[in-house]
Unconditional design. Sequence first.
Length: 202
Amino acid sequence: MQFETWLIFLAASAGLSLSPGPNGLLALTHGAMHGSRKTFFTILGGALGFVLVIALCMFGIGALIQSSVHWLTALKWLGGLYLVWLGIQVWRSPAISVAVSERIEAKGWRLFRQGLLSAATNPKCLLFFSAFLPQFIDPQRSLLQQFAVVAATFAATEIVTEFALASGAHRIRPWLARVGRRFNQACGGVFVAIGAALPLRM
């Protein structure tokens, strides 16, 4: 992956990590319930789940484009359309509501498992990465090396973002209650921009 392409992927990953999603909401909730240290188990589980989904998508797409590079072009445009549609849905979605009970004790393995399953078993996650990743795959380069870069970058971005959410859970929840609708619109705009712009980079 070229450095310029990686920078675009890094920026896109940061924007996506900040957008509403099950794992971000889980980190926010667990941060308020268990504290940021315990929630780090949740975050690591989610990061592993995302890496597994990225592997499934990238190597599945890689096998497909080995038969014809035209498949990559088709996937880029279909993926772009899906991201635009997803952005519209996020734009129209209501503000996030996080209901939290009093702080309770929980084992790290249990939190890790919840984070892992939240990411790895979400069919929307699989569909999203199938649309998102073809925008950055170079069929002329090693797919294994590209996977390592993509997975490490996204996992690191997700860990940093979710830990920030967990650490500031008590401050972020009231803020989301006030500006959650506008926050969703901003995130939806990011999805639409990514979906419209990235397929043109061919």
